[in-house]
Design a protein around this ligand. Sequence first.
Ligand code: ADP
Ligand code: MG
Length: 698
Amino acid sequence: MSQPEAKPDSAVSDLVRLKGVGPKLAEKLGKLGIHGVRDLLFHLPLRWEDRTRVVPMGSLRPGDRVVVEGRVQHVETVYRRRRSLLVSIADGSGSLLLRFFHFSRAQQERLKRGVQLRCFGEARRGRRGLEMVHPEYREVSADTPVEEALTPVYPTTEGLNQNRLRALIDQALALLDNDPALLRDLLPESMLPANLRMDLREALRVIHRPPPSISLQALTEGEHPARRRLAFEELLAQRLSLRLARARFRQDPARALHGDDRLVPTFLESLDFTLTPAQQRVQAEVFKDLSREEPMLRLVQGDVGSGKTVIAVLAALRAVEAGGQVAVMAPTEILAEQHLQNFREWLEPLGLRVGWLSGKQAAAERRWTLKAVAHGEIDVVVGTHALFQAQVRFRDLALAVVDEQHRFGVHQRLALREKGEQDGRQPHQLIMTATPIPRTLAMTAYADLDVSVIDELPPGRTPVKTVALPESRRAEVVARVADNCAEGRQVYWVCPLVEESELLQCQAAEDSALALREALPGIEVGLVHGRMKAVDKESVMQRFKAGEIRLLVATTVIEVGVNVPNASLMIIENAERLGLSQLHQLRGRVGRGSAASSCVLLYRPPLNEIARARLEIMRETNDGFQVAHRDLDLRGPGEVLGTRQTGAAELRIADLMRDRDLLPEVAEVADPLLRDHPEAAHALMARWVGEAGRYVGV
Ligand code: ADP
Ligand code: MG
């Protein structure tokens, strides 16, 4: 505990303390973020394999990753599509086929009938029964010992195999044994939860080289104290880096936006509805933030249709009342266009000037807008990523609104912040997301943000009834579309990504539109997809909004933001291919009016387990929090939240779901640590967040 750890810079050279490390290998290690011996010690296994037991072939099941041992019975080379070598082995309890696509002559010569092989690999169902494709194998005799302990599998990079990496880590562990000062426990013991007080070196040793007494289950299911000890540190480091980013962000002052109520009350009166209590609460939270000389960084979570846009508009009005400008950003053209329409409709009657910036607009129009923004002739500019670009200069950016933020990264948030920085003052930021997540998870994933939740829908919404039907019942579905249109309602028909390329996807949508036009004569069918020109998309959307188009065939470009209350039926083709949150987003396009709405999920059987679970959840609930919660269980937080912004996918040993019970304690310790032991806090971040932390300003 006495000596401070050396700075990362001087650690670079200490890799040469390891045998066999030259510039070439050092470079490869660098690619893995390993610049010193200590980094190597914190390069943790992705998983462990149980090679301690030889499993009888007779008890093998598809999906098992295990060791088997048997005698070669038969060898053949087949030339079907590719040349492959098939080796069948048997152990008395059963047999197994080994399949190799790449093999050398020497290899082929050694694999003879009667040879005893020990193989490690994954058993899969093949045409001739169970097989292993490219197993690791070696020739053994009756007394060749099996592994004593679990085998770690490390994240690696091209040209650096597991064995080499394992050998390097062995050396690093040996160095640690001789030189305990190499690592120190950064956490004051009082800050570790009592049940996790385990020596750091010991914890690392267990994780890298689990002793024979530890089972795979104990390690992977996360209950083992060594794993939990390290997971706690990692989660803490993650939270610290976000808290620090937050503190840095708030260091520079913002302009306090005290409104003069010249616009806000008039706007509220002009609405043909009143805000829900949840919206009123969130509005108050936002206005309070805006009135302070510290930049707001607030995330508004709210289910699809909960009315987040009004909150954004209110915040914008407050900023304009104070003489500032507003940027409104959305991740897709269609969503940005939708915001443009909303903002224009709501703000222009109040005398505000609303502008548009997109990557796809004509150069002249773009130049004009850029100039107007720079001169302050535009109050609110709406757009896509184009707003982040360097040429965009504001006269006085007071507020940035970012919609659907799980698609934007932290760096973009930072780029934005620089836009307002000319006079050393930060713009306030309001971020909106329709992916609500449980509170404990938000504490870590969004530790740099304040969070508001709109937890109720406007009154009068009728829940969407969802059914899942196999493709074979398409004709019935088409008939239902016809009925719906005959009743004066409108319909979405969504063709999600099935093909790899956007081009093929758009073709699929075109084909569907064609088929539907034929099947539904007399019904006006429109088509929107990602490869259409913005003006064409716009005009189709306008005609759908106006009710001229009754049936809109679309790719998932309509996923977010589109608002046509008269649409009461949505068909989603190939629904088994979509994730839960996407399905929920799409479904949120219907159920916006007072008519009973439904959503038909068309799928192609057979369904795998996950797809079946997803469709089931969709049928069971309309509640976005529920959906998000179930989605987290199915996919894990990295996927759900987007990896870029949370760093969740880069977690080395912690798992936000499995270790979520640690999160409250992590949250409790982080701020005191940062305040009372700043040096330890920084060292902890360098240790765990390292390079990834740099972009959040650590
Ligand atoms: P989302 O949260 O998905 O972005 P929107 O802001 O698009 O939701 O709102 C969905 C619809 O609900 C819009 O037509 C909006 O005008 C309407 N709306 C918003 N707030 C209310 C309210 N308090 N009462 C009635 N309708 C509302
Ligand atoms: Mg929205």
